[in-house]
Write a protein that binds this ligand. Structure first.
Ligand code: CAA
Length: 246
């Protein structure tokens, strides 16, 4: 039986590289997607050529607590056990704070931070009970250093880091590790939608002078969930080309 990895945002910019990596490492991935992304997700799975025992698509709105509780409880019963959870789902709604609407604020906090509660809460007790498990939360360099125009996103991503450290303490005794990976600017549609001159000025500040690839981020996740990562917990692993060191 393959071990199961549940990944949110699993067919998105960074998520799709994590999904591929974990499938290649032998996991069966349960890949969540939102209703609006159904066509994209089905197409992505088809193009990737993965079989039904390698990937299972699950429609899940991670902002809805009741839906997560219900669908993930059912998933646990069907799959038997979930070994790995990667919370990747996230959005941006960038604006300087004085122009930021309440909707921009709540959308980002709900999708990037409250989602982590909604998805982890039904899964974590089963990991404690089975005596092993790996949780990785995809945060951001901008949750560590703050970013102009991203009060909502920086707050949510910083919140994920606090969550990671606190939950790591609760999982440690049972052998459940909880870590975060903090990507820098990564070649994804999220970054591609930034204004070109703003992105160019940020690129010029990256010591490695290039964006991260999604695979750079997936490699860090694969390490943390592997046996080699067994004694690492509560950590935030930066993968940012030297953009910020903490
Ligand atoms: N520090 C200080 N001042 C800055 C600044 C900075 N980093 N960036 C801009 N300013 C100044 C500008 O020079 C400008 O000053 P003046 O009014 O004196 O001319 C003022 O602030 C307004 O700036 P903008 O013209 O950029 O304002 P805007 O309203 O047109 O755009 C914005 C606002 C959309 C937030 C834009 O600034 C922006 O895109 N910023 C970058 C946000 C960012 O990094 N997003 C990352 C998205 S990808 C991601 O989040 C993934 C990940 O994890 C890394």
């Amino acid at each position: 039986m393959k071990k199961v990895a549940l990944i949110t945002g699993a067919t998105g910019g960074i998520g799709s590289a994590i999904t591929k990596q974990l499938i290649n490492d032998g996991y069966k991935v349960v890949a969540t997607y939102i209703h609006q992304m159904y066509d994209h997700s089905v197409e992505w799975v088809k193009e990737s050529g993965f079989s039904d025992d390698q990937i299972r698509l699950l429609e899940l709105d991670v902002t809805k607590g009741d839906e997560c509780q219900e669908k993930l409880t059912k998933l646990l019963a069907e799959e038997g056990s979930i070994e790995v959870l990667v919370n990747t789902a996230g959005i941006t709604r960038d604006a300087v704070f004085k122009k930021m609407t309440a909707d921009d604020w709540h959308a980002v906090i709900d999708t990037n931070l409250n989602s982590v509660f909604n998805v982890t809460h039904p899964i974590f007790p089963a990991m404690l009970e089975q005596g092993h498990g790996r949780i990785v939360n995809i945060t951001s360099v901008n949750g560590i250093k703050g970013q102009f125009g991203q009060t909502n996103y920086s707050a949510a991503k910083a919140g994920m880091i606090g969550f990671t450290k606190a939950l790591a303490l609760e999982g440690a005794k049972a052998g459940v590790t909880v870590n975060a990976v903090a990507p820098g600017y990564t070649a994804t549609p999220m970054v591609a939608k930034m204004r070109e001159e703003v992105l160019e000025s940020i690129k010029a500040q990256i010591p490695m002078r290039r964006l991260a690839t999604p695979e750079d981020i997936a490699n860090a996740v694969a390490y943390l969930v592997s046996d080699s990562g067994a004694y690492i917990t509560g950590e935030t692993l930066s993968v940012n080309g030297g953009l910020y060191m903490h």
